[in-house]
Write a protein that binds this ligand. Sequence first.
Ligand code: G1P
Length: 288
Amino acid sequence: MIIKKAVIPAAGFGTRFLPTTKAMPKEMINIVDRPAIQYVVEEAVDSGIEEILIIISRNKEMIINHFDETPELDQVLSNKDDKSLLKISKDLASKVKIYYVRQGDAKGLGHAIYCAKGFANNEPFAVLLPDDIIDSDVPVIKQLIESYERHEGTILGVQPVPKADLSKYGIVAGEKIENDDMLVSGMIEKPKIEEAPSDYAILGRYILNPSIFEMIEKTPPGKGGEIQLTDAILLQKDVENVYASVFSGVRYDTGDKLGYLKATVNFAMKHPTLSDPFKRYLEKVDLD
Ligand code: G1P
């Protein structure tokens, strides 16, 4: 089964970035030269995804506008000698079809994913959480698709995290099988340190088998009174094998101010024209 569809939940309030997010979606905050959500859309496209559903909520129209076609702007840019800006502006729109659905009420990640039931149309699909931006040689969703091709079961993208961070994530337990894959035996959403079954955290990338929708229907509210995707995957594990795959790449939590700053520095260091002047600037910064 080839994975061609991806879902990006972008309905959260972005309270960690108030007051910026009072009028502006957190997914539109700029990281060097692109809004945060564009990094995950590019990761999906570079992984072979052809159709994306973005789950939005009120006040997220800026995301729709960002990925829309812009004929007036294109006209202005095509009159310039240098066509590079035209390419930057148009590039992504031609490579992927993006759809939107509104999550009317913020009832949790599981509930947001349930909004994709019609879009998935009984096929497996990728999920990318846009707070998690991952710098990797091979796009992470491509790595998970390769794991899906080996197992044909739900795949969770995981990495080990420090003990102090275990209570921020869905934590999985499992036994190593082959490559960097694990057969999942349990998982807990945001456990206390002493309850955590391992130090492997789900870091915002999934391939989900479509039976997940039936499981979400059966999932009662969990942590924070929300319908948790982790709890639905736990139910799915009781009827079919669920796997975790340890992906390669450096992940930034751009929903957090420090993580956002780290991502900005990392991507600025790798930018084709900004990298050298930025490094020279950093060398001169007085750290005292
Ligand atoms: C969500 C998931 C959690 C996962 C995390 C990754 O939590 O519920 O299992 O580990 O994303 O970033 P959130 O950060 O949205 O509260």
